[in-house]
Design a protein around this ligand. Sequence first.
Ligand code: C5P
Length: 212
Amino acid sequence: MIVALDGPAASGKGTIGRRLAAEFGIGYLDTGAMFRVVGRAALDAGADLDDAEAVLKVAKEIDLDDQSDPRLHDAETGQAASRVAEQRVVRGLLLEAQRAFANRPGGAVLDGRDIGTVVFPDADLKFFITASTAARAARRAAQLREMGATVDEAELAKELELRDNRDRQRAAAPLRRADDAILLDTTHMSIDAAFDTARRHMARRLEELGCA
Ligand code: C5P
């Protein structure tokens, strides 16, 4: 079973995706983290983020699974991730790794921007998870504070919008809801309630597929 979770930054898809995967005992892949690893490495290497070949060279030399650098969560890395994500050659490299990951017994839950539209257009179940910018900024701020960071919520909201606009407007695999994705707006919903809705959809789909 392949479950696609797409949506703008900090909409709750990571938390919901992780919990779905744990609940149903299948794999989980945070594809945004892969773009962050590439963005961070490109910054550290001093590569021009608009130079697709230079970024691709960096991406091929690193371990995409090594997500231990605490700087991966910061805004500078988020912006770099969204800039390298504009490059088709970089997306192509990551897409291969994403499809390979999902090719495992039981399948996987993948969260990102283009999972239901490009990576797995035939996914068994698709969600598009969204929320207002204010709600997303408040949630991301709480997460960062938990990690011990000092945050300016208004700055954070601007950063999220800048990234979402770039992700929506790019030519390569833009952020958009697949026609057959279930829309979950979590603005006025707790993440627990959103997870519960997603869990029920997934249980029903597993039953339809005869896997329950
Ligand atoms: O999910 P996260 O906010 O960590 O993603 C960082 C950036 O990576 C996004 O803003 C987006 O530009 C890019 N991304 C993407 N396609 C994905 C996942 C993330 O373009 N499937």
